[in-house]
Design a binder for this molecule. Structure first.
Ligand code: F6R
Length: 238
């Protein structure tokens, strides 16, 4: 059963998530952190950055990446992770991986899985949730046992992410994403969601049936999940 904490603001959630990461890294300076992109994890990264912890030995694995953007494109998740996490947190860029950073050929997903495994697995995985119910870029219909692979983004997700681009046309149509099975192998999941447009997805993920129609519902299968939601995102919970 997930521990659901309803917080006053995204900033308050960021502090709680940062506490969990601080506790983890305090005990193990080379812990493995699962990094998310998008708007949701930003308050966590900001809170953590102010704590002044030495995170230079932490290893990081991002959830997903667009296919078709150069790594140097400002909206590639490689760039976003550098800008929002690696630089402000003082992570060692050599220890942070993004899916597809060594190619998006047929073997890329398997190599990423192996890299996570060789690092000893992810200790704490930060997660956002999309309005479609996706976690990472596992859109509805994704196998609950899926591993890192190339997928097609739903039109709704492209619309939701168009705010980061000049036009909808520029939003890539494909991505390489950790699978639901990959995410379930992390030892602690910290799912954050803010705002009214996440309410339906949050309720379906936490209280609906575990189903590929709501990929976020796989968190119900995990023994250690912390959910940090504001009132608006929690408004569909019973
Ligand atoms: C990003 C990711 C996605 C986002 C989700 C919510 O790495 O895996 O699942 O967490 O699309 O996006 P935001 O946070 O921008 O609302």
């Amino acid at each position: 059963m997930a521990e659901v904490i309803i917080v006053e603001s995204a900033e308050a959630a960021g502090e709680i998530a940062a506490d969990a990461i601080e506790a983890l890294v305090g005990g193990r300076p080379d812990a493995v952190l699962g990094l998310a992109t998008g708007s949701t994890p930003l308050t966590t990264y900001r809170a953590l950055a102010t704590r002044g912890h030495d995170l230079s030995r932490v290893r990081g694995f991002a959830l997903d990446e667009y296919v078709g953007l150069e790594p140097g494109h400002p909206q590639s998740y490689y760039s976003v992770i550098q800008r929002e996490a690696v630089v402000p947190l003082g992570l060692n860029p050599q220890l942070v991986r993004v899916p597809g950073d060594d190619g998006t050929d047929a073997g890329a997903g398997e190599r990423y899985e192996r890299a996570i495994e060789e690092a000893g697995g992810v200790d704490l995985q930060l997660l956002g949730i999309g309005a479609t119910g996706h976690i990472a870029f596992n859109e509805p219909g994704s196998s609950l046992a899926s591993s890192t692979r190339v997928k097609t983004l739903m039109h709704q997700t492209r619309i939701d992410n168009a705010r980061f681009f000049d036009t909808l046309e520029e939003v890539p149509r494909h991505c390489i994403t950790q699978g639901l099975g990959t995410i379930l192998r992390a030892r602690h999941l910290v799912l954050l969601a803010f705002g009214e447009n996440k309410a339906v997805a949050v309720a379906a993920a936490l209280e609906g049936p575990v189903s590929a129609s709501t990929p976020g519902s796989v968190v119900q299968l995990h023994p250690r999940v912390t959910v940090l939601v504001d009132e608006a995102a929690a408004s569909g919970l019973r």
